[in-house]
Design a protein around this ligand. Structure first.
Ligand SMILES: Nc1ncnc2c1ncn2[C@@H]1O[C@H](COP(=O)(O)OP(=O)(O)OP(=O)(O)O)[C@@H](O)[C@H]1O
Length: 502
């Protein structure tokens, strides 16, 4: 008798209240296979993998693992069988060591005492076997994001995973880190581990997958991978229409030579004398490794990291060292790379999440009240403009898919009518079509005079949008370039040269 596939999903449908999230979805994953799931934000990818992992049941349909119907098994029993979901957001314990994380709190004891030597020895062996060169005693908080992601996978392997579900594991990684993660995944695949891989990056999906399923509005579109598949074809399957990439127009808008932001000799957390002007209507691309000062620069301008000295002028006015409230009052808005922690108010509704930063601004009504009617009408406009997938603006944020929550945060920023928008990884987790909608909106606003500081590890995107590039290293700006005919390889080479020159 033929061995059944490792995983079989048969005719799954899922309805949340009035929302149909999945309709009649079936797929298979074979041992050592990589099956990718693609789809727009809200298409049903997380719902499907949550059903496979046993986080919630399907409305109809069944799931077989190694030929066995696992419908009645909860998440823990499924983990014991070998199904492991590695979610998008770090699920490790940052204040515990790497070894403690590998053992996930179930620590071996000897004579009633935790056997630290055994824990660290076993962890060291596993780290070496899977090629992660870190000391098992290091705190997870101190790991780089790539090492933290690898650790999540090693934790899954430690518990005997046969099928690992990776939900957007490459977000915010550099190209080199992505390549490293793929090598890691391929090595595990060669040993027979199977993967379900969720990503919005079509190139990497094509590079890695044995099988691809596109979900659109909860419906399934299997992709025939036996023949050549192009990114453009995948993009149109995902979006249900052609997707055009937005590009920065060379002719900039009015007053393009005026300076909006002037920063002189900033010193502070990881900043060692940073000076730069940002022109009106300019998109300034920011490049730098973690710890280079690039992110700290963005956060300092919004009052989120320590500034010791230096001057900032915005629109010709000197700004006292900023706090988020002051920054917003000066027309400066910031989107954090960590929206889960620093942006989303999960139990509030979409309307409140969009309006919150404008209560002291354009939504302020007489007597200090908030103009609720205006707030609703603006929220409704953003919902339509950015195609936020929800039943209404009264839906709670935690009922939205991850990417749609991000669109709400982008709407919140735009709603403050910023004169300077600071974007830190603005399109992470956003599907290909929505990404272009967001970029087009930003390009349009900059064309009308808004300045933008754009930090992303997605260099393809950065080169499409930026007018100039600033490279950070060791808390300093080391190179400033006009973005003319620079390739990704050249950009990476400049970034690496700066690092190696130190
Ligand atoms: N707990 C919930 N309550 C109500 N609706 C939900 C819930 N979870 C998901 N949904 C809805 O189900 C649909 C599918 O969401 P899902 O999270 O599966 O999308 P996704 O493809 O993973 O999107 P993303 O790429 O943004 O992460 C969306 O319309 C979402 O709003």
């Amino acid at each position: 008798m033929n061995k059944p596939p490792l995983l079989q999903v048969n005719n799954i449908s899922k309805v949340f209240g009035a929302t149909p999230a999945l309709s009649d979805v079936s797929l298979e994953v074979s041992e050592g296979g990589i099956h990718s799931l693609l789809g727009r934000n809200g298409a049903g990818k997380s719902t499907l993998v949550n059903i496979i992992a046993g986080i919630y049941p399907p409305t109809t349909g069944d799931v077989l693992f190694e030929g066995r119907d696992i419908r009645s098994l909860n998440i823990f029993t499924r983990q014991e069988l070998g199904i492991r979901l590695v979610p998008q957001h770090e699920n490790s314990f940052p204040d515990l060591s790497v070894a403690e994380n590998i053992f996930s709190g179930v620590l071996p004891t000897r004579g009633g005492l935790v056997d630290w030597k055994q824990i660290n020895d076993v962890a060291a062996e596993e780290l070496a076997a899977y090629g992660l060169a870190v000391d098992p005693r290091t705190l997870v908080r101190e790991l780089s994001s790539i090492d933290a992601r690898k650790l999540n996978i090693i934790r899954a392997m430690h518990s005997g995973a046969k099928l690992i579900i990776l939900d957007e594991p490459t977000t915010a990684l550099t190209n080199r880190e992505r390549a490293e993660l793929f090598t890691f995944v391929r090595e595990l695949k060669a040993r027979g581990t199977a993967f379900i891989f969720i990503s919005h990056y079509l190139g990497e999906v094509l590079e890695l997958s044995d099988a691809i399923t596109v979900l659109r509005d909860g419906r399934m579109f299997p992709v025939d991978t036996s023949d050549h598949v192009s990114e453009a074809h995948l993009a149109s399957l995902v979006a249900g229409e052609e997707v055009e990439l937005a590009h920065r127009a060379i002719d900039r808008g009015p007053d393009a030579d005026g300076v909006f932001l002037k920063v002189t000799d900033l010193h502070g957390d990881n900043l060692e004398g940073v000076s730069i002007d940002v022109r009106k209507g300019e998109i300034l691309g920011v490049v730098g490794f973690p710890g280079s000062g690039a992110r700290e620069f963005c956060r300092a301008l919004f009052g989120l990291t320590r500034l010791d000295s230096g001057t900032i002028t915005a629109g010709g006015q000197k700004v006292a060292l900023p706090s988020p409230e002051r920054a917003i009052a000066e027309g400066i808005s910031y989107i954090s790379y960590d929206r889960q922690r620093e942006g989303i108010m999960p139990t509030f509704d979409v309307n409140e999440n969009i309006g919150i930063s404008s209560h002291a601004g354009k939504l302020r009504a007489l007597g200090g009240f908030v103009n609720l009617a205006l707030q609703r009408s603006l929220s409704e406009q953003y919902r339509q403009a950015l195609k936020i997938k929800c039943n209404s603006i009264d839906d709670s944020m935690d009922s939205l898919s991850g990417g749609n929550q991000q669109k709400v945060i982008v709407s919140r920023l735009l709603n403050t009518d910023p004169r300077l928008l600071i974007l830190d990884e603005p399109t992470v987790g956003i599907d290909i079509k929505s990404r272009e909608e967001i970029i087009s909106t930003i390009l349009d606003l900059t064309h009308r005079g808004m300045s933008t500081i754009y930090l992303t590890n997605d260099y393809e995107e950065l080169l499409r949008v930026a007018d100039r590039l600033v490279f950070f290293d060791d808390g300093r700006i080391v190179t400033v370039l006009d973005n003319t005919d620079i390739t990704i390889d050249e950009l990476t080479a400049i970034r690496d040269r700066e690092k190696e020159a130190v």
